[in-house]
Design a protein around this ligand. Structure first.
Ligand code: MD6
Ligand code: FE
Length: 216
């Protein structure tokens, strides 16, 4: 038992490979987090967070919105990407330059130099909110990676294989961590355990996750 087991890796820690094609960049977004959050708040004024329905008839505990030319939505009719926010019937807000820039730098760092995301899903978790194991497979371009940015409260991220039966690995994601994930891992099942109580200096009792995708 090591006294330091519970400490997050230093932001300068070397990237942790989590599976073939998937890497955790510790603290990659830390220094620019305030600017990212300001840009996200502007997006959320145009396209507020909302709790979507699943095709199975559940209301998701995670609140969602989007920016970019396409946004991911779920309803009792299924999952899909849309050009307009179904709540306002207006196009999703444009992807702020600072978000796009961060996503492209993270992808390049992870070995995906040509990443051109057209969608950014914004997920907000409060204590108790969780995301069940799922695959992200609604994107046409399954060769492009997904870049996932964690801000605010820490979460336990579950990362399995492309078979739902395999027991997932668990990774603690803290403020500023970025996971880039593609190649052989692109269709891995993944999810987020129920968020623990806590208060983050910038975000209070929340975790925000931004996932950048290339849909078309
Ligand atoms: C989250 N992330 O971390 C949820 N999907 O809040 C995802 O569902 C996810 O982090 C695809 C790739 C990376 C992800
Ligand atoms: Fe996902």
């Amino acid at each position: 038992m090591d006294l330091f087991d519970d400490l997050p890796p230093h932001p300068d820690a070397a990237p942790t490979p989590i599976a073939p094609g998937a890497v955790l960049l510790h603290g990659f977004a830390c220094d620019e987090a305030v600017a990212l959050l300001q840009a996200v708040e502007v997006v959320l004024q145009q396209a507020p967070l909302r709790h979507l329905q699943t095709p199975g008839g559940y209301t998701m505990s995670v609140a969602m919105s989007n920016c970019g030319s396409l946004g991911w939505v779920s309803s009792v009719n299924g999952y899909r990407y849309t050009a307009c926010d179904p709540a306002s019937h207006r196009p999703w807000p444009a992807m702020p330059a600072c978000l796009l820039d961060l996503a492209q730098r993270a992808a390049a760092q992870a070995g995906y130099p040509q990443f051109a995301p057209d969608a950014c899903l914004i997920n907000q978790y409060v204590p108790g909110a969780k995301l069940s194991l799922h695959q992200d497979k609604d994107e046409l371009d399954l060769l492009a990676p997904i870049v996932s940015v964690s801000l605010g409260l820490p979460a336990v991220f579950l990362f399995g294989t492309s078979s739902r039966k395999d027991r997932p690995q668990r990774h603690r994601l803290v403020h500023g961590d970025v996971v880039v994930w593609g190649g052989p891992s692109r269709l891995a099942y993944h999810g987020v355990n129920a968020l623990a109580d806590g208060t983050h200096a910038l975000l209070g009792q929340r975790r925000l996750n931004l996932t950048f995708r290339c849909v078309r």
